[in-house]
Design a protein around this ligand. Structure first.
Ligand SMILES: Nc1ncnc2c1ncn2[C@@H]1O[C@H](COP(=O)(O)OP(=O)(O)OP(=O)(O)O)[C@@H](O)[C@H]1O
Length: 303
């Protein structure tokens, strides 16, 4: 990652520090955090409780100020003008129970002075059929969709969503995930979301940043991150020879040898074993799940 914000960057965070409280009892929620959200992608912030995810989203949204560091939105310093390019759902949305979904969006459209029509937004978030029902009759999933509709009404280029599937039932979770993918794939909207669900980030996000105690523990393409920490299985005639050769990186199992290695190192590994006379019957790459990556990246040293 470079220090300068690039042309294709939606949100660039540089050296952000944020402490809560004062003196010896203060807590560093963000500790010199830098990361870049590329435009046109779904970017996930993953981290254990207290890692600093909500604090970062609240800073991007302008709800709190960092002690140090900068935020750029599509290349501009984050201020009211730049934030108009963002839609946000970072607090639990609250609605007037006696107003309909359409009335909420119409009210927001008037307030923000946007030319965006309300109908396409209702359709996009999948509540056009319930547009004229009072919000008091909405399920949590429908309220969450309306919340995203509110975030979309100003025609943002990026949306910031804090735990968008929190509290939803399984169907609601699936619908929300497809809505997020559609926003990016069909409408070209960049999405930055936080989640504590590894499986969700793996399914929905193109990029992921893993936070630990306010710092970046790992960052990258979800697919690359999974490639970095996979294992390679080899069924060979003489496992002992391979074990002796590869040392701590290899361990015996399932009638063969498991090798801890990066995926790009695999062709050289196979070639060097074959050249030294090892007969390979089977070779397969075993993808880790994001949970393994997460655990290895967030484990404290000494644990
Ligand atoms: N308003 C606040 N006052 C004091 N400390 C706070 C406040 N908000 C957050 N913190 C502390 O800052 C740290 C980061 O919290 P934050 O909520 O940003 O993490 P998170 O990754 O979003 O966690 P969670 O998933 O539990 O919401 C934690 O130690 C938390 O206790």
């Amino acid at each position: 990652m470079t220090d300068a914000a690039g042309a294709g960057d939606a949100i660039a965070i540089r050296a952000i520090e944020k402490r809560y409280g004062f003196g010896a009892r203060s807590v560093a929620a963000l500790d010199g955090l830098s990361l870049t959200v590329p435009a046109g992608k779904v970017y996930g912030l993953l981290g254990p409780n207290g890692a600093g995810k909500s604090t970062l989203l609240r800073i991007i949204a302008g709800l709190i100020r960092p002690d140090r560091g900068t935020v750029q939105i599509f290349g501009e310093a984050a201020g009211p003008a730049a934030r108009r390019r963002l839609g946000m759902l970072v607090e639990t949305p609250s609605f007037y129970p006696f107003l309909t979904a359409r009335e909420h969006l119409q009210m927001l459209a008037r307030l923000t002075g946007t030319t965006q029509r309300v109908e396409p937004v209702l359709r996009r978030v999948g509540i056009l059929g319930a547009a004229d029902k009072r919000v008091s009759s909405f399920s949590l999933g429908m309220k969450q969709r309306l919340g995203i509709g509110c975030a979309l009404i100003g025609q943002p280029q990026a949306v910031v969503l804090d735990e968008p599937t929190n509290g939803l039932d399984p169907d609601g979770i699936l619908e929300m995930r497809s809505l997020i993918r559609e926003l990016t794939e069909q409408d070209g909207v960049t999405v930055l979301l936080s989640s504590h669900l590894l499986d969700e980030v793996e399914r929905v996000c193109d990029h992921v940043a893993i936070l630990r105690r306010g710092k970046l523990a790992a960052e990258g393409d979800v697919a690359d991150l999974l490639d970095r920490q996979g294992r390679f299985f080899l069924a060979v005639d003489a496992p002992d020879v391979v074990l002796a050769r590869l040392g701590a990186a290899a361990e015996a199992g399932d009638g063969g040898v498991y090798v801890q290695t990066a995926r790009e190192a695999v062709p050289d590994l196979i070639q060097s074993l074959a050249t030294s006379g090892v007969r390979i019957h089977e070779a397969k790459w075993i993808k880790p799940d994001l949970e393994q990556v997460f655990l290895s990246e967030t484990r404290e040293s000494g644990e």
